[in-house]
Design a protein around this ligand. Sequence first.
Ligand SMILES: Cc1cc2nc3c(=O)[nH]c(=O)nc-3n(C[C@H](O)[C@H](O)[C@H](O)COP(=O)(O)OP(=O)(O)OC[C@H]3O[C@@H](n4cnc5c(N)ncnc54)[C@H](O)[C@@H]3O)c2cc1C
Length: 419
Amino acid sequence: MRILIYWFRNDLRLADNPAFTRACLNADYLLPVYIHDSKERDTVYGFERQGPHRKTFLRASLDDLKIQLQAQGSDLLEFSGKPSQVLLQLLKDTAANVIYCEKIEAPEEIEQVSMLREQGADVNEFWQSSMLDPKCLPFALEKMPDVFTAFRREVERAQLKFARPISAPKHIPPLPKVLPQGAIKKISTAASSVHPYFLGGASHAQAHLKQYLERRLPDNYKETRNQLIGRDYSSKFSAWLALGCISARDIAAQLNSYESLYGANDGTYWLWFELLWRDYFRFIHFKYGQKLYRASGLTGRPVKPSYAPSFEQWRTGNTGSELVDAGMRELHESGYLSNRMRQIVASYWIYDMKGDWRAAAAWFESQLIDYDVYSNQGNWLYIAGRGTDPRGGRPFNVLKQTQDHDSQGIYRKLWLSSH
Ligand SMILES: Cc1cc2nc3c(=O)[nH]c(=O)nc-3n(C[C@H](O)[C@H](O)[C@H](O)COP(=O)(O)OP(=O)(O)OC[C@H]3O[C@@H](n4cnc5c(N)ncnc54)[C@H](O)[C@@H]3O)c2cc1C
């Protein structure tokens, strides 16, 4: 008799979740679990690693997943603690043979699985968080081009066809007869405000994508993507992608169908292009791994640690630069920030305030509802000139950015006057 544990990580969905589907096919009894990692509680900088907006979005996503599992006679059991310890205990308590989960190629997540294996646990990991299947790339990941443009060109030249997303499993095996102790009812969420446009969970992700396409918003994406205010200037897929409420493959497939219906245009291409950036930052982890997490990144340049008091000014939106302060307040109030504003505030911290990029990246991790280890680390390294960018850094001139993107002061007024 096969008893399996399915460990949901950043793949909180049933549809197009090949790892979960395999677990369903291979199990007589299946225990779906989610573990709230106790490590998520604090940073060395004195703030929570997972801020209130992230908690709220996660809570809604887990509730949504639980409802879907319950609808098929299963359930989602939540635990809190160190994932390896919790899972080892669960293996014992349920007499399960094996753990299935998605593979996450970032240091802490790799360590979680290594610790399980060191203790004798059988863990089956599946890579599934990219749009493109790494096995189909025209190069080995260790030899992938460092520069994004070269990477993109090779991918485009190969005319890759990505696999079609798969449906949710029709049958989910029943829960084990003996259920483990210690499952928690709910982790409470303190946040009262989350970005008004976002509700966590796979059903909301699918509903949002549907209406995004029905409203033909991809057609204007290239022109609007650098705007700062509102719901429609960019896709807002990121938070659902980060928790895996929807797969990048699913979005790409629906974009393909959209192109078949209405024709491809610059907007649909640019959306694909941005999703490719997401893949790029994932794949670069296979090539450089832990090196991406050094203070110097891929360079030998040391970092001068500087946190307080300038970090407090930046973090709380009190630097005196109006555009930057508006951005930092939006981030704190809503848990979201446009790509343009992320670039501006990041550049300001690194190049104008001469701050330590790691502290600021940690603040983004705490605040962003779309926090994604690969994209956050990759983008911060990129702006700091410590990653693979051949230009060695991306300083932004705040005055020019203000003229280009907020010449009327509407964005600044929105976030500075009321907060
Ligand atoms: C300093 C910094 C930190 C960032 N941290 C994160 C993060 O933690 N999580 C995250 O998802 N994105 C991060 N980004 C990338 C980008 O800002 C967001 O993905 C984007 O703003 C999300 O909004 P959207 O879904 O409307 O994006 P759209 O503009 O509609 O793009 C569509 C999708 O493409 C992907 N994408 C777009 N731009 C990028 C990019 N530069 N890098 C990687 N993927 C991209 C995202 O999945 C996004 O949902 C960061 C950017 C910077 C400059």
